[in-house]
Design a protein around this ligand. Sequence first.
Ligand code: R5P
Length: 285
Amino acid sequence: MIVLSKEGNKLAFELAKLKNFNLYNYFFKKFPDGEVYVRFKKVLEDNEIIFVSSLFPPNDSIVELILVLNELSNKEIILVVPYLAYSRQHRKFLENECISAQALAKVIESFNVKKLITVNVHSSEVSNFYKKTEFVNIDAFEEIINHFKKKFDFVLLPDNEKDRVEVIENLSKKYNFEFSYLIKERDRYTGEIKSYLNEEIDLKNKKVLIIDDMISTGSTIINSLKILSKMKVKSAYVSCVHGLFLNNCDKKIKKFKFVKEIVCTNSIENKFSKISLARVISNFL
Ligand code: R5P
């Protein structure tokens, strides 16, 4: 068994170290016209391969994924892809929309992928598109709770997605903390979101930990922070599993002076990815 990844993938390095597997890297570049090029650094003799892939930024990474999987056609592959891009569109929210999560599943299943390990996939419904490949969806909220330990006294989810509310409810019993969630409504045409509290709570002088599955444009978190600002919280810790931080939205988040820290996992490497997923993922290898 070996671990294979693009040069510089820190999660792959950590996983290989934890499991005592050899790490093989491949070289990646882009041609001037935008095409993607991959070259393995040596012949892969092992038959079982853990391929650690980052699907961010999504489009080039998906082509890279296709090139590598095609090259590994005669191997048995465990694909580790913590941030499973194109999972937002797992159904037709508007008439005639294309279902990207299904399309990606068909591509992945057309290769010899025995198991796909992902983390906090946008919707658990995505797993239904995988018919042959075993689909493992790890929840990393507990890793985040453990990271912050006793720094917070209240957890706030920025939306009312059922799976996430259930997870945090269970964690609140295990670790003994209070939590609540916001109701989030999205205009499917404009993308505009509105958030409001689902219940009357008093968070004055509380240290609030906000946890989301991802921070993309930052709009969801900023809406939550506006609410917390009105409630006069003492401080807030902003966290998520997948930190995309598009258009430098971290700067807008930091404008709220009561925000003490922004933290995400290393599903996507950036300056906020302080929580490693290597340990939880290694349990499934
Ligand atoms: C939505 O369902 C997700 O949980 C995230 O809240 C959302 O995708 C974050 O996106 P943005 O940062 O663009 O608001």
